[in-house]
Design a protein around this ligand. Structure first.
Ligand code: GDP
Length: 454
């Protein structure tokens, strides 16, 4: 990153909008603005503009927002132009700005405003990732998780163990300095308990976030049921188009079919597997056994299992090797409403598995089913929690691994210098979560996932 250059980008979404935003950031941002303000022309190249100034006029009916370094998003001088939402006009405006080659103006790369904010210490790496997560969010939940990252929640929580390690390290190092004297600054038991405390903090960080899948992850719901239960028809009804081939001949669904379905809080993958016949015994290598094997494999990997049973079917459903999370009684148009209701209670699977009665034909119960699926996929628990990405998880696990080594070392009566070295490693790993000691390749990888203008 060359911070001598001033970057410019359209920061609003692509497509028509009432207003479009052009952002400039860098040493020449105020000079560019001064250039545009004709009346009066500031003699000082823009340094007279106070921070957090908003005014209208300039170039066309635009609102201009001035944020001076360091109190801006990027930490640099930053000027935002809120223009009428006309792409042609905005394009002209951007080329006009970029025309000042003498000022080293260039188009911003994806995520560059945020990258500058990170390098200028305006936010740590987890917060920068939060910005990307909010922009990329496809569900309310993902958006909230991104916001929590952005607000620095992960940073706060990783600092707890990091501070404890730092304090411990200080005591251990004092011990090294005074090793000739007969004083103990940190008894072994105390040291071990601090290590365990730290490990507990890290593991609760991991388990709190485990309830949520990584951003961009689409939960898989699998439809299980005997042939002719109405699975394909249900998939089609959910998808709103003919995704699966439904037919009256049992066993028509010959392979796993998947549809990406939008529910209230996000997208899910609904899979309709083939091959689940009565016995479900996997014998030999014939096509049928292979299909059963594949089906069982799919079921084992799915996030939720949806058992599909016709409303008039009192028989026990297929054994999918996994307890169903939701039962859908299909074809409820084929029995009178009251009976359909009663047969819900007669639902064959044991235990309190939530059940919905639907008719893919009439649409009855389909809204309720969608709500249930949403609940299954995204959970009922709205409680705020964290979303860790693979990078965070790897660093947290590495920190924990280093803690395990410190523990082993301490228990084996290892030299105090080695203990200190291992504690430094723990600190380095926790620092990595925040991007304090992050190699350039990882930073590039983080920021390249952004869109332009952020
Ligand atoms: P699959 O083998 O589980 O995928 O079952 P299909 O979706 O192919 O459906 C089997 C048969 O049941 C077909 O003849 C469908 O038209 C019929 N069917 C499916 N859903 C309904 C429904 O809601 N109402 C009625 N009346 N028939 C249905």
């Amino acid at each position: 990153m060359n911070s001598d250059e001033t970057i410019v980008a359209v920061s609003s979404a692509v497509g028509s909008a009432a207003r479009m935003i052009v952002r400039t950031s860098g040493p020449a941002a105020l000079t560019l603005l001064a250039d545009l303000v004709r009346d009066p022309v500031p003699a000082d190249g823009g340094s007279a503009f106070p921070s957090h100034l908003a005014f209208s006029g300039v170039f066309c009916p635009a609102w201009v927002y001035v944020f001076r370094s360091p109190a801006s998003y990027s930490g640099e001088d930053l000027v935002e132009y809120h223009l009428p939402g006309n792409p042609v006009l905005v394009e002209m405006f951007v080329s006009h700005l970029r025309g000042r080659h003498d000022l080293q103006i260039r188009a911003a790369e994806p995520g560059e405003f945020t990258a500058r904010a990170y390098f200028n210490g305006r936010m740590d790496l987890t917060q920068a990732e939060g910005v990307a997560a909010v922009v990329a969010a496809q569900s309310e939940q993902q958006e909230q998780a991104g916001r929590r990252l952005m607000a620095g929640e992960l940073a706060r929580r990783i600092r707890e163990p990091a501070d404890l390690i730092l304090a411990t390290l200080a005591l251990v190092e004092v011990g090294i300095d005074f090793s000739d004297e007969d004083v103990t600054f940190l008894p072994i038991d105390d040291l071990l308990s601090r290590i365990d405390q730290c490990r507990n903090m890290l593991s609760s960080l991991l388990s709190d976030s485990a309830r949520f899948k990584p951003l961009g992850y689409e939960p898989t719901l699998i439809l299980v049921g005997r042939p002719n239960a109405g699975k394909s028809t249900l998939l089609n009804a959910l998808a709103g188009y003919e995704r699966a081939v439904a037919s009256a001949t049992a066993g028509t669904t010959r392979d796993a079919l998947t549809a990406r379905i939008a529910l209230e809080r996000g997208y899910v993958r609904v899979v309709d597997v083939a091959g689940l016949e009565e016995g479900l015994t996997v014998v030999g290598d014939d096509i049928k056994s292979q299909m059963t094997r594949r089906a069982l494999d799919e079921i084992a990997r799915a996030d939720r299992v949806i058992l599909v049973v016709p409303v008039d079917d009192a028989a026990l459903p297929v054994d999918a090797g996994r307890v169903a999370d939701l039962v859908v009684r299909t074809k409820c148009d084929t029995v009178p409403a009251v009976a359909a209701d009663a047969s819900q209670r007669l639902a064959s699977p044991p235990g309190p598995i939530p059940t919905v009665a639907v008719s893919a034909l009439t649409g009855q119960g389909m809204d309720a089913l969608r709500r249930r699926l949403d609940e299954q996929a995204f959970g009922r628990d709205e409680a705020a929690t964290l979303t860790l990405n693979a990078r965070h998880e790897a660093a947290i696990l590495a920190a924990d691994q280093a803690l395990v080594q410190v523990r082993d070392l301490v228990e084996a009566g290892g030299a105090v210098e080695l203990v200190a070295a291992e504690l430094w490693e723990v600190l380095a790993q926790t620092g990595r979560v925040l991007g304090q000691v992050t190699p350039d390749e990882i930073l590039d990888e983080v920021f390249s996932r952004f869109c332009i203008g952020k």
